[in-house]
Write a protein that binds this ligand. Structure first.
Ligand code: HEM
Length: 126
């Protein structure tokens, strides 16, 4: 019997779909973040983040089938991400995660990871 993944514990794909969709709704209205996204259509970016998070937490490995190794720091190198951008990203994500009402200890595990990941994506200190 394999231990349950966080992906399964919080409800699988529909949960990730709601969180990431809510996150991008905030991004679309955020004056710091919106200009950073190169595409007019945020839909493809939304799908990539959803598939990445699903894979990270033990769901299907579709992200890597489509995009290869994540190399997230490298993929963010074209964008200037300093404390302001990091905080804006976390603010949008916080709204999305909080609205989902995930049970502990899963909510805390997910949030700790997202905070750590957002800090690690910084490549500018202004
Ligand atoms: C892609 C911004 C943090 C995961 C992107 C893109 C931008 C961006 C502009 C390109 C959009 C696109 O795919 O078309 C930011 C900013 C962050 C941040 C400003 C602030 C800290 C994070 C974090 C994660 C993440 C913490 C993961 C937990 C991804 C993924 C992609 C992506 C998976 C798509 C990569 C690919 O396959 O090409 N991000 N990001 N990002 N971001 Fe972020």
């Amino acid at each position: 019997q394999t231990p349950q993944t966080l992906y399964e514990a919080i409800g699988g794909e529909p949960t990730f779909r709601r969180i990431v969709s809510r996150f991008y709704q905030e991004v679309a209205a955020d004056e710091v973040l919106r200009p950073i996204y190169p595409e007019e259509d945020l839909g493809p970016a939304e799908e990539r983040l959803r598939l990445f998070l699903m894979q990270y937490w033990g769901g299907p490995q579709t992200y890597s089938e489509q995009r290869g190794h994540p190399r997230l720091r490298m993929r963010h190198a074209p964008f200037s991400i300093g404390p302001i951008e990091r905080d804006a990203w976390l603010r949008c994500m916080r709204i999305a995660v909080d609205e989902e009402g995930i049970a502990e200890p899963y909510r805390q595990r997910l949030w700790d990871y997202l905070e750590m990941a957002a800090h690690s994506m910084m490549n500018s200190w202004v």
